[in-house]
Design a protein around this ligand. Structure first.
Ligand SMILES: [Fe+2]
Length: 271
């Protein structure tokens, strides 16, 4: 499996604190069946984002991983967790490869929890004109998007993609994220599962539990598409294979499937 969202670089953000922690996270990921990890430090106001520093730390980490686990056992890539804010958007339009995964065309995009700009479609359009395909990270954990997933429909139609955190599906982020992730899956709005790992304890690098859940609730092909094929295309900057058509936001069948487990959304949002 291939993990496209992982705070593995040591000492740069709220992810791995030290190289030893990074190596223990790689060990966990390998045991889970992960063969590729994209290191995605935050690009936000909270942390100093320096592509040059990231590249240096990345090279040191890859060397250490090769020494500890052997050559070509774990393949690392480099991108960032791109917070959707004015400075970032401006700079990315002029320097896309500072932010995209492995310098190709896919860009992880995280929304703020507090507000979603009404100009988001225009922003995505501008990013696409600069050659970037936005991947919306964990909308199921965003308070606004979890409650109003239909706001993403026009972005999806315009070519944006969606990444759900694997452990949201298995309940680690609580019932709202779990139900929202289930809703997104049921509507075929999800293109990737990723760990968004930060450490080996509370935010571990595990994809397998979510892979198994999707394989059981849907089928093996869907689990492989979300955890292997689509992430591999992103890692190497290739086009995705044709994807299932997203269902309309309030289609009856998908709503029944996503709410079959409980009426949480119905109670909370009157659906
Ligand atoms: Fe992240």
């Amino acid at each position: 499996m291939i993990d496209i969202h992982h705070h593995l670089l040591p000492g740069l953000d709220d992810g791995a604190r030290t190289l030893d922690v990074s190596l223990s996270m790689v060990e966990t990921a390998l045991a889970d069946g992960i063969t590729h990890i994209v290191c995605t430090p935050h690009a936000s106001h909270h942390y100093c984002f320096s592509p040059e520093t990231n590249a240096t730390v990345f090279a040191e980490l890859q060397d250490a991983v090769n020494q500890r686990f052997g050559e070509q056992v774990m393949t690392l890539g480099l991108g960032c967790d791109f917070h959707l804010m004015f400075d970032n958007i401006e700079d990315a339009q002029h320097h896309p490869t500072r932010y995209t995964i492995n310098g190709h065309n896919y860009l992880l995009v995280e929304f703020p929890d507090s507000a979603i700009s009404p100009n988001t479609a225009q922003t995505f359009y501008q990013l696409s004109l600069s050659g970037m395909t936005p991947i919306i990270t964990h909308p199921e954990r965003n308070l606004i998007l979890a409650r109003q997933p239909e706001r993403m429909e026009e972005w999806l139609k315009a070519g944006a993609l969606i990444q759900v955190t694997a452990s949201s599906l298995t309940g680690r982020f609580g019932p709202m994220a779990e139900q929202s992730a289930a809703w997104l899956l049921a509507h075929q709005w999800v293109h990737f599962l990723a760990t968004d790992a930060h450490n080996n304890d509370s935010r571990p690098p595990l994809l397998r539990p979510a892979f198994d859940l999707v394989a059981e609730q849907y089928d093996l092909a869907t689990a492989e598409r979300l955890c292997i094929a689509n992430p591999r295309a992103v890692f190497y900057g290739e086009a995705l294979d044709p994807q299932p058509e997203p269902a309309a936001p309030h289609s009856v069948e998908s709503r029944r499937r996503s709410t079959g487990k409980s009426s949480f959304f119905g109670r909370l949002f009157g659906r």
